[in-house]
Design a protein around this ligand. Structure first.
Ligand code: ADE
Ligand code: ZN
Length: 332
């Protein structure tokens, strides 16, 4: 098998806070005078044994208390972007959770400043493009999401889009219809996590009520043949995260992952890492996992092309990156 780290690709489902490695979490906590509720790095890593989405989120939000300054967010982003560049990522659309940082006393402007500085470094050093997607934490009140939108409105031109994440079941997309309508008026792209642990009905809601352009995860769509047909016909991309789904037990094991069924139904599937520090693998490992399911070089290159097509990069950048992928495939 050719080296999949050299395959040019976009990463479209990546929570920047989910790239926080334990070593960096402890060093930032020390610098900021924050006491993490773990004895040490080994103790923290020993807790990376998740039973479901919520068991992960509890740990994830607790590690996020280490992040306080624009410099912290810039260092976090650069550490990820450097690693992603080495794994062939040429374009990245990065999620972040401002409501969680606000609860830690960190204003959204500080987070945006730090992450944008990191993206500028990646543009200069690695010729990487990308942007930020503000995620609404769906288990916080809708009024909190509305207030966040007010805060970011003056900086909407510095942000690519709005997303929806955190605990899914019990928090249907329809709750955020007004928030997403307003985001669209601000010129933001719209995406949402749906059908990770929640039902296919949540994917329909995200499409019909939030008018999302992509669905994050969306793997439960396989339970609804009409939905699969709709996604394929309208070329609505799914940002699938195979290792995440295994680690959070959204699927029993990799072999049971519905990826092959989705691809065969004609859905525009992309491969991503979600929260790579926590789920045992960055994007290269996720492509390797897909290869282990029997996807050949041509199919893997198609998945990479899908990631470019599904991105919010401009047309010229998309054409250039697709040409890079085709050159890779021709020489693979
Ligand atoms: N936030 C970070 N990772 C997430 C995931 N996999 N699902 C929902 N919210 C998240
Ligand atoms: Zn996610």
């Amino acid at each position: 098998m050719t080296d999949l780290r050299t395959l040019p690709k976009a990463e479209l489902h990546l929570h920047i806070e989910g790239t926080l490695e334990p070593e960096l979490a402890f060093s930032l906590a020390r610098r900021n005078g924050v006491l993490l509720p773990f004895a040490d790095i080994d103790d923290l890593r020993a807790r990376y044994d998740f039973t479901d989405l919520q068991s992960f989120l509890d740990l994830y939000y607790s590690c996020m208390t280490a992040l306080r300054t624009a410099r912290d967010f810039e260092e976090l982003a650069v550490a990820y972007l450097e690693r992603a560049a080495a794994e062939g990522v040429r374009h990245v659309e990065m999620f972040f959770d401002p409501q969680v940082h606000a609860a830690n006393g960190v204003p959204v402007d500080v987070v945006i400043d730090g992450l944008r500085a990191g993206l500028r470094t990646a543009a200069d050093r690695f010729d990487m493009t990308g942007g930020l997607i503000v995620c609404i934490v769906r288990d916080q009140p809708v009024t909190s999401a509305e207030a966040l939108l007010d805060e970011i409105a003056p900086r909407a031109h510095e942000i690519l889009g709005i997303g929806l994440d955190s605990a899914e079941v019990g928090y249907p997309p329809s709750l955020f219809e007004g928030v997403f309508r307003r985001a669209a008026e601000l010129g933001l792209h719209r995406v949402a996590h749906a059908g990770e642990e929640g039902p296919a009905a949540y994917v329909w809601e995200a499409l019909r009520e939030l008018e999302v352009e992509r669905v994050d995860h969306g793997i439960r769509s396989v339970d609804d043949p009409d939905l699969i047909a709709h996604l394929a016909e309208h070329r609505v991309p799914l940002t699938v995260c195979p290792l995440s789904n295994v680690r959070l037990r959204a699927v029993p094991d990799l072999a049971a992952h519905p990826l092959r069924r989705l691809v065969e139904a004609g859905v525009v599937v992309t491969i991503n890492s979600d929260d790579p520090s926590y789920f045992g693998g960055y994007i290269g490992d996720n492509y390797a996992a897909v290869a282990s399911l029997g996807f050949d070089t041509t199919e893997l290159a198609q998945l990479a092309e899908n990631s470019i097509e599904a991105s919010f990069a401009d047309a010229a950048r998309k054409a250039a990156l697709i040409a890079e992928i085709r050159a890779w495939a021709a020489s693979a």
